[in-house]
Design a protein around this ligand. Structure first.
Ligand SMILES: [Zn+2]
Length: 428
């Protein structure tokens, strides 16, 4: 009901809504330890990169003043330790403590590392400054082992609007509005289920993108996230709103399908299609082939194509090791001939979560994955079936979602009149 009302608001109402959303954003969401005046941020964007490169890290630096090593291209930890006269055994012990985290794998040129030594000049601590708000600390224990610790400062998010119109490709136009490649790829993916970017866009079509930047004090941490998208074509406007780490349209329906088309991360050749009247390659009898066979080598990661619960796990003389997943009653998926199963019966899984490694178990002519998609208990062609897209905002989240969408709509629709700060909010 509220959504419907929002569609028919007058411009005056919209202006009021924008004002209200700004007051709300500035008044209730401003952290008490931040200055009470809004930070006015230019949407031009490029000035941020400069600010970050000149960043002083004094606020996150350890009070004992560690030696700071700025990582250059080609640097690795062995070299850095050698240059600082730290025994190699220390590095080995530190790597052992890092096994479950793999944070030491993330050394990148420009990154800073702090090296601490105790009063006897013995190495005692390594600090990895990941960004102005995050650091990883490895502290040497009395027995020579290391303790891994991760610290994050309180940050907040500042929103800005990138807007533009289509001249040439969407990519070119979006780039001109100040968006980077990763953001453009995300936007294209999010709207790719509603329109074909190559075919459907015309010169002059307009877009507004709300991007949030993560800040600590006056510094940008380097992290951004997309909050809202509108793309206005002649007769239709497409929307995507971020809500609880997922994107929805104005009505609260997921903009990406509830199911993945393929149960693999990469695409594999179809070695045998879905066929209701197939001559079985092993038995020679006519029998339906209720799924699609993908030519996956043994050990290929297999993912659940939707959110669901592991209903059955088994080892069948013909199907081999298999998994059945229940996706909320109407839909079931099935994965056969597996080499290894990585989940247990009753486990809740997410769309895209790794559940098994493909294999060649049971009666099988060679390594492959047999994948089935059932609707109301009947197998359908997983390649051609209409994939349900109905994942939507949970009923109990509706009021909050509606409120956020109204705020974002006001921001998106007034973006062309408002050149500066549009919203300011915080995150714990
Ligand atoms: Zn098969």
């Amino acid at each position: 009901m509220i959504i419907k009302a929002a569609r028919h608001v007058t411009p005056a109402h919209k202006a009021l809504a924008l004002l209200a959303s700004l007051i709300l954003a500035l008044g209730t969401l401003l952290p008490t330890d931040q200055p009470s005046s809004p930070r006015i941020l230019s949407t031009a964007g490029s000035s941020f990169a400069d600010t970050v490169s000149q960043t002083q890290k004094a606020d996150v630096r350890n009070p004992q003043n560690p030696t700071i090593w700025k990582v250059e291209p080609g640097d690795n930890l062995t070299y850095i330790f050698k240059k600082n006269d730290i025994p190699e055994t220390e590095l080995q012990n530190m790597m052992l403590a890092d096994t479950q985290f793999l944070d030491l794998e993330t050394l990148q040129p420009g990154m800073e590392i702090g090296l601490d030594f105790n009063d006897n000049g013995k190495f005692s601590r390594l600090i990895l400054f990941r960004d102005p708000a995050r650091r990883i600390i490895y502290t040497r224990q009395a027995d020579g082992s290391y303790q891994h610790q991760s610290e994050t400062e309180n940050t907040y998010w500042v929103s800005e609007v990138h807007r533009g119109s289509i001249k040439g490709s969407f990519y070119q136009s979006a780039q001109q509005s100040g968006l980077n490649d990763a953001q453009i790829a995300d936007i294209s993916h999010l709207l790719s289920y509603q329109l074909n970017f190559r075919r459907d866009l015309r010169a002059g079509d307009r877009f507004n993108i709300v991007i949030a930047r993560e800040m600590i004090g006056q510094q940008f941490t380097g992290k951004t996230k997309i909050e809202a998208i509108s793309l206005k074509r002649r007769h239709q406007t497409h929307y995507a709103f971020q809500f609880k780490d997922h994107f929805y349209d104005r009505q609260g329906l997921s903009v990406t399908p509830a199911f993945l088309r393929w149960p693999t991360l990469k695409r594999y050749r179809i070695s045998s299609p879905f066929n209701k009247n197939r001559l079985h390659p092993v038995t020679g009898r006519r029998a339906p082939h209720n799924g699609v066979d993908l030519a996956t080598p043994v050990g290929t990661p297999i993912v659940s194509t939707g959110d669901g619960v592991i209903r059955r796990i088994g080892n069948h003389p013909f199907a081999g090791k298999y998994i059945d997943i229940d996706h909320g009653g109407t839909h079931t998926t099935r994965y056969l001939h597996l080499h290894r199963i990585l989940v247990k019966r009753g486990t809740r899984v997410k769309r895209g979560q790794k559940i098994a490694l493909s294999g060649n178990t049971g009666r099988s002519t060679g390594p492959h994955l047999h994948y089935e998609f059932h609707i109301k208990g009947l197998p359908v062609d997983p390649v051609r079936a209409k994939i349900p897209t109905a994942a939507s905002v949970k009923q109990q989240d509706r009021p909050l979602f509606t409120q956020q969408v109204e705020q974002q709509m006001a921001v998106l629709e007034h973006a062309s009149d408002v050149s500066e700060l549009l919203a300011l909010k915080t995150e714990q």
